[in-house]
Design a protein around this ligand. Structure first.
Ligand SMILES: NC(=O)C1=CN([C@@H]2O[C@H](COP(=O)(O)OP(=O)(O)OC[C@H]3O[C@@H](n4cnc5c(N)ncnc54)[C@H](OP(=O)(O)O)[C@@H]3O)[C@@H](O)[C@H]2O)C=CC1
Ligand SMILES: Nc1nc(=O)c2c([nH]1)NC[C@@H]1CN(c3ccc(C(=O)N[C@@H](CCC(=O)O)C(=O)O)cc3)C=[N+]21
Ligand SMILES: [Mg+2]
Length: 292
């Protein structure tokens, strides 16, 4: 078998056309274009590349975007003051502070300082709570991208065994929530799956992974998922983005898994572009909620 490719790059593009149409309709009606402020601290190369993709995405769909690139030694109070300004700026509908942060800045303080109505990452505890309760204001970008990638490729989820490897607040935990939740009108991203979450304390990772009809790797270890860990015909989603040889980006899934899986998302070209499209969708939603 050679796995069907879950092409995130193409789906992300298709969905951006839909978002661009919604943006154009708003501007034609005399409303402000949705705007995203991105804050990047320091000179991490990978972060700079993701941030560039975010800005390119905004331009593609007709949204405003501002990059606040701050030096690596920026103080926490300086960043909090900038966030205050962005929270009250009516042209800014979405705010994203690129993680990870340098050590002098507390992640927790920053997550609390982004106004929850502009928190397009959905990291603020108010938004985490709304998601956990089953009526999200914003659905977190990477998990939402994974769900769309599976749905639009007709991978069944309701009643299926889904295994998520990784339990971070950014990917694994919110994805497990979406996967287990009932699909409702308030929460169309709910998947009705039977969910297992694995992590570093899981004793037999291979045995747990082999149960999966849908296996999601969100770990950050190149090649962790090998063919012996995958049930024949399973759908495998690779969230990992790891530095590979010669500056190439590689996932958490060994490419040989394509010989066992029924479907597989590539890195690059899978979840990454979907994440950015979901960020654009959340910025549009923020504008709708803030400006009508
Ligand atoms: N494409 C995209 O849009 C995005 C990609 N990413 C990528 O996804 C990956 C994960 O990101 P993130 O969730 O932030 O990472 P974190 O480092 O925050 O979390 C990693 C998780 O993987 C678990 N883990 C680590 N090693 C193993 C192992 N050997 N076996 C089982 N579980 C393990 C950890 O377990 P424990 O909790 O026990 O430590 C932890 O829960 C990274 O490569 C990141 O770059 C992230 C965000 C968006
Ligand atoms: N506040 C915050 N929100 C985030 O959503 C966030 C973050 N911080 N910190 C880092 C992670 C990682 N992340 C990615 C986004 C896009 C690609 C992406 O576009 N990847 C492309 C290729 C990228 C390239 O060519 O380098 C692809 O996979 O095809 C990857 C990773 C968002 N994150
Ligand atoms: Mg992390």
């Amino acid at each position: 078998m050679t796995a069907r490719v879950l092409d995130g790059k193409q789906l992300a593009q298709t969905m951006r056309v839909e978002i661009a149409a919604a943006v154009a309709a708003r501007t034609a009606a005399g409303k402000r274009p949705p705007g995203l402020a991105v804050v990047l601290i320091g000179d991490n190369k990978a972060s700079a590349a993701y941030v560039r993709n975010k800005q390119k995405g905004c331009a593609e769909v007709g949204m405003g975007s501002w990059l606040h690139h701050l030096p690596v030694h920026t103080s926490e109070s300086h960043l909090l003051a900038l966030l205050d300004t962005l929270n009250t700026d009516p042209a800014v509908h979405g705010i994203l502070v690129q993680l990870p942060l340098p050590p002098q800045i507390r992640e927790d303080a920053v997550i609390h300082a982004v106004g929850p109505r502009k928190d397009v990452d959905a990291f603020h505890p108010e938004n985490v709570g709304l998601l956990a309760a089953g009526f999200p204001r914003f659905v977190p970008c990477t998990p939402h991208g994974v769900v769309h990638l599976l749905r639009r490729n007709d991978v069944p989820l309701a009643g299926r065994e889904v295994v998520v490897v990784g339990r971070s607040n950014i990917v694994g935990k919110p994805l497990a929530l979406l996967m287990m939740q009932k699909a409702t009108t308030a929460n169309p991203a709910g998947c009705d799956a039977t969910v297992t979450v694995a992590h570093t304390r899981t004793p037999d990772l291979a045995a747990v992974c082999r149960r999966a009809d849908v296996l999601v790797a969100a770990v950050g270890r190149a090649g962790l998922i090998t063919p012996d860990m995958v049930k024949s015909g399973a759908a495998v989603v690779d969230v990992g983005t790891n530095p590979g040889a010669a500056g190439k980006l590689v996932g958490d899934v060994d490419p040989a898994v394509a010989g066992v899986a029924g479907a597989l998302s590539p890195v690059p070209g899978g979840v990454g572009p979907m994440t950015i499209t979901m960020l654009l969708a959340n910025t549009l939603r923020a504008a709708e909620l803030l400006d009508g």
